[in-house]
Write a protein that binds this ligand. Structure first.
Ligand SMILES: Cc1cc2nc3c(=O)[nH]c(=O)nc-3n(C[C@H](O)[C@H](O)[C@H](O)COP(=O)(O)OP(=O)(O)OC[C@H]3O[C@@H](n4cnc5c(N)ncnc54)[C@H](O)[C@@H]3O)c2cc1C
Length: 354
């Protein structure tokens, strides 16, 4: 435990796995995780990599670069992990169809298909108002990605330690864990909802939203390589199952997944892909998304940067519902930021009052 590290990454969810993967290219990394990797929000996610989210399908922040970063990191682990199927977004109404059509006219990554063309190209998808095709998106099995990224990092010499970060000392920087101290040059906090357990982080402007997904048996008619579909809910076909999501619960006490929510999730999935009607429920998972309130970040961008008042301590959190289009991008920028070569983007900086 006392062997010094260049970087300690605390938390092995999506953010920590991306950070560990990138930093282990050039540094001695220690990853702290008290539970199983991807045991937090990352294990509950459907894994949609959709750079044009929301009702208006607005482009995500730095979406081109974000998809490049996702592809780069996924390929570094296993080139099959980022399933570049694209994402199909059926319009829910004529009004949304107009918005989507305009969006497609403005972005080369998007195509618009009217109802007939959509039915011909995607017969399994219900799109009576037409559909937007997000060509560069797709899906990633987040838990598999986290595991694969950690495996590559450990093959490069990173150490995965089953320990909980309980605090730190600065000058010199020491990560304090329940198994003992680790001297380090930098400490990167990718704790997800675990940030609540550390007093220095309780004032971070983060809103907690519980979410749940359900795994359904994949009907034989629906190929595993089918486009992911996103509308009022979403459907991510995989080799062994279909993940349907997701709920957004802004006030909750219990973190456990609730079987009562299965039926609603399954019926929203069947509204998008009718062959899913009556599909057997295989399991469910829940996690807490952390979002940055719009009064702090009008685009609800993540928080990534040095923790003010704590030299050597960095935070990467607040990935909200779009971890796949934010974490790889920010992780890719970390090495230069840690070296003082180029700061992380100002838009994601932690408020100076924190
Ligand atoms: C239901 C649901 C569906 C989602 N669907 C999608 C989707 O389709 N596409 C998408 O891009 N995003 C999706 N998301 C969002 C995505 O899951 C998150 O943005 C992302 O997984 C957050 O990753 P993280 O590493 O910040 O947090 P987490 O995955 O929560 O990881 C934090 C880790 O830190 C560990 N930890 C906590 N405290 C400590 C400590 N003191 N010391 C050491 N380790 C600690 C935890 O055990 C955990 O493993 C979804 C989220 C949910 C809940």
């Amino acid at each position: 435990m006392t062997e010094p590290a260049d970087v300690v990454v605390a938390g092995a969810g999506l953010a920590g796995a991306c950070a560990a993967l990138v930093l282990s290219r050039t540094r001695r990394v220690v990853v702290l995780e008290p539970g199983r990797p991807a045991g937090g929000a990352s294990g509950a996610a459907a894994g949609l990599a959709n750079p044009f989210m929301g009702r208006a399908a607005k482009p995500a922040w730095r979406h081109d670069e974000a998809l490049d970063a996702l592809a780069e990191l996924a390929d570094e682990t296993d080139d099959g992990l980022f399933r570049r199927t694209g994402v199909l977004r059926p319009a829910a109404s004529g009004t949304q169809a107009t918005t989507f059509r305009e969006r497609a006219g403005a972005h080369t990554d998007l195509d618009w298909l009217d109802a007939d063309a959509s039915a011909e190209r995607w017969p399994l998808v219900s799109a009576p108002h037409g559909a937007l095709v997000v060509r560069r998106g797709g899906s990633v099995d987040l838990a598999a990605f986290v595991e694969a990224a950690l495996a590559v990092a450990t093959a490069r010499g990173a150490r995965l330690v089953r320990a909980r970060l309980t605090g730190w000392e600065t000058d010199p920087l020491i990560a304090i864990t329940d198994l003992g101290p680790i001297p380090t040059r930098a400490l990167v906090l990718t704790l997800g909802d675990g940030a609540r357990g550390l007093s220095a982080l309780t004032d971070l402007p983060l809103h907690r939203v519980k979410g749940q997904t359900v795994r359904l048996a994949r009907p034989a008619v629906l190929p595993a390589g089918h486009h992911a579909v996103a509308g009022a809910g979403y459907v991510v076909p995989r080799a062994g199952d279909v993940v349907a999501g997701a709920t957004f619960d802004h006030s909750f006490v219990d973190l456990a997944p609730d079987p009562v929510l299965d039926a609603g999730l399954a019926s929203r999935a069947a509204a998008l892909v009718p062959s899913l009607a009556g599909a057997r429920v295989l399991g469910r998972a829940a996690g807490v998304r952390l979002t940055v309130p719009s009064v702090v970040s009008s685009r609800r961008l993540p928080l990534a940067g040095p923790l003010p008042g704590h030299p050597g301590v960095w935070v990467l959190t607040g990935l909200g519902a779009k971890g796949l289009v934010t974490a790889p991008l920010l992780a890719r920028l970390l090495p230069d930021a840690l070296d003082g070569v180029r700061p992380l983007p100002a838009e994601t900086a932690l408020a100076p009052t924190v």
